[in-house]
Design a protein around this ligand. Structure first.
Ligand code: ZN
Length: 278
């Protein structure tokens, strides 16, 4: 599933293509994308709208429209967006929606497993929508180590599960949680509320560094993720632990192991990431 760095990469590529353009036509062919709202009604509402900006919150893309409404896109497992000059996108059985822009570009949404969502929200619904779903942005200036410490206080969940909970921190998924914990030398099963202030500071730094590295390398392509111009990311070549069962730790050379935390495959170095703080 695309995480914060993948969605941010998509946002950065789409923004120059979409911003300022007007949607000339909209076709949404999969009712699952917009349910419970009829796809035709979302498509009708999009036509004639000018795109003011493309933003991101957690793993969501926010296409802000000149009317004040916002198209909130979540790619879930296999959603992706492609743009190309009008009429040049190849036929695709998994295409769920297409927007034609007055700039001469087409924007296509593709989704093999069909878990992705498009929701059209009124401006005053956006804040409560995200308040109910997402914690702070980990790369925001306001996300300090002290704020992170307050979020962790009293939390009984394993730190890995805490990092994956979008209501605690927005945008972190399985890859960047494992990478951050390896960087910070913290065992994924440590109780979130029991980390020392040094460990919290290390994890805060490590989480931001792992996410920034992902953005710098334009995300991780494991199966279906592509950037909007059809390229793959490069982060998958830079993983320290994720998916590297049995391979040597980049720090100590001992083999990486895999466990399951909260139902998710979790990779770590049992030497560098000890179960208890010493
Ligand atoms: Zn190690």
């Amino acid at each position: 599933m695309p995480e914060l760095p993948e969605v941010e990469t998509i946002r950065r590529r789409l923004a120059p293509v979409l911003e300022g353009a007007t949607i000339e036509s909209a076709e949404i062919v999969d009712p699952r994308l917009t349910r419970p709202v009829e796809p035709e009604s979302v498509a009708r509402a999009l036509v004639g709208e000018r795109i003011a900006s493309v933003d991101r919150r957690g793993k969501y893309l926010l296409v802000r429209l000149a009317s004040g409404r916002i198209l909130v896109v979540h790619l879930r497992m296999t959603g992706s967006l492609r743009h190309a000059a009008r009429g040049t996108l190849p036929e695709d059985a998994h295409r769920r929606a297409t927007l034609e822009l007055d700039s001469g570009a087409d924007l296509a949404y593709r989704d093999v497993r069909r878990f992705g969502t498009w929701e059209l929200l009124d401006a005053d619904h956006v804040r409560p929508y995200f308040a109910a779903r997402l914690g702070p942005e980990p790369l925001a200036a306001s996300f300090t180590a002290a704020r992170f410490a307050r979020l962790l206080e009293g939390r009984r969940a394993p730190i890995k599960a805490f990092l994956l909970d979008q209501r605690r921190i927005a945008g972190v998924g399985n890859i960047y949680a494992d990478e951050a914990l390896w960087r910070a030398r913290i065992h994924p099963l440590r109780t979130a509320g029991e980390l020392s202030s040094d460990e919290i500071a290390q994890l805060h730094r490590a989480l931001r560094a792992a996410l920034r590295k992902g953005i710098e390398l334009q995300g991780s392509t494991l199966s279906t993720y592509v950037t909007p111009d059809g390229n793959t990311g490069g982060m998958q070549h830079e993983f320290h632990v994720y998916g590297r069962l049995g391979e040597p730790c980049d720090r100590c050379g001992r083999p990486i192991v895999r466990i399951v935390v909260g139902g998710r495959g979790t990779w770590y170095c049992p030497h560098c990431q000890r179960a208890r703080s010493l």
